[in-house]
Design a protein around this ligand. Structure first.
Ligand SMILES: [Zn+2]
Length: 368
């Protein structure tokens, strides 16, 4: 293993340019799980580090087979089921989901730079909840109209609405004493996604993109100021067929309900925390974009060659395969990525239900 940069984000070798003389070998240490691990030292800042510093398993004491974990997550297994199957504690399962989710965010961020983004887009919010039905939320997404590639994901926590008994109304009032969901969260989440999309389009010098949504009252304000793409609206009552400009988001809505145990109707495996829910969703995005074949059924019928949603959106097959191999098991550094505000929040485990004191532990190294 050859280190490619110094892990200290304040060091000039955090981004070394064609200079492989910036570090020297600094012995080894023995570990039970990973065997003999080589150590290095930076010539500039003096920081010592090891090959594990660049691994998805940095600081981990137990090896978990990640592809199998991913597979389990999308066959509707809850964390406890997975823990039983792996013979590990559920806290370890949760920790590995978080590691894999950050990895998938890093991978997606690199792929976004490669994608041509030459298709129309559709945005919508997917209704779910975490912790209890008193904490509903919208998972906000932007997808490719033709490719069904999932470009961006964000979250807004909402106030419980709809039909409620008097007892439920009373309970909601009690809970809202501790904290109440802001009515502008859908606006700000969609605006963050719109800003992220605008940045991508500006970098690719695309000035004529179209973004379709339904007539939700927050959307026109959220997408007004970007100016880089045109925002078009269609009634949500229009038939949900393939021809509907919102087909991609309607399709993804159905897939989330079908494949993710925390969003199945009347589920008992609902997410206990919005941050955990978003980690699972990021992993699903990775599975949907880069692993699962594009619309399997049609491919079978037409005998088309299998491709992923990423390739449908314009990624080169060989490039995708090469990056998957090259980046497997690697750790992504936050400061080297270019995440939009919603992704940053997911990376930092920052999502919270109002009034609940449930901050998630964030190891310091993930902020580097
Ligand atoms: Zn250094």
């Amino acid at each position: 293993m050859t280190p490619t940069h110094c892990p200290n984000c304040k060091c000039k070798y955090f981004t070394p340019e064609n200079d492989d003389n910036w570090y020297f070998h600094y012995g080894y240490y023995e570990t039970k799980t990973f065997g003999r691990v080589p150590r290095f030292k930076c010539r500039s800042c003096g920081k010592t580090f090891s090959s594990q510093t660049f691994s998805i398993d940095y600081y981990a004491k137990k090896k978990v087979f990640y592809p199998y974990l991913l597979d389990q997550l999308f066959s509707c297994s809850g964390n406890r089921d997975i823990a039983r199957k792996f013979g590990i504690r559920d806290s370890v399962v949760q920790n590995r989901i978080e590691r894999l989710s950050r990895w998938a965010q890093g991978f997606h961020n690199l792929m976004l730079k490669q994608l041509p983004l030459d298709e129309s887009l559709a945005a919508d919010g997917f209704e779910s909840f975490s912790y209890s039905q008193y904490y509903p939320n919208n998972i906000n997404i932007i997808a490719g109209r033709d490719s069904q590639f999932l470009y961006s994901t964000g979250l807004s926590i909402l106030r419980r609405k709809g039909k409620m008994t008097n007892a439920q109304k009373k309970r909601r009032a009690e809970l809202e004493q501790q904290g109440k969901a802001s009515s502008s969260m859908t606006y700000s989440s969609m605006k963050n996604l719109g800003d992220g999309l605008a940045n991508l389009l500006i970098n690719k010098e695309i000035g004529n993109a179209l973004l379709w949504t339904d007539e939700h009252r927050s959307y026109s304000g959220a997408f007004r100021s970007q100016g880089v793409f045109q925002h078009l609206r269609v009634s949500s009552k229009k038939a949900r067929t393939f021809k509907n400009p919102l087909f991609a988001v309607n399709y993804l809505d159905r897939q989330f309900r079908k494949d993710l145990s925390d969003h199945t109707r009347e589920t008992v495996q609902f997410a206990h925390h919005p941050a955990c829910m978003m980690n699972r969703l990021i992993l699903y995005r990775h599975f949907h974009n880069y692993i699962k074949p594009y619309r399997i059924k049609e491919q079978k019928e037409n005998r088309m060659p299998k491709s992923t949603h990423g390739e449908e959106a314009g990624l080169d097959k060989d490039y995708l395969l090469e990056m998957k191999t090259q980046l497997e098991g690697k750790r992504f550094f936050y400061s080297k990525l270019d995440l939009d505000r919603e992704e940053m929040q997911t990376w930092m485990q920052g999502w919270k239900n109002p009034g609940l004191n449930s901050t998630r532990y964030v190891p310091k190294y993930i902020t580097v």
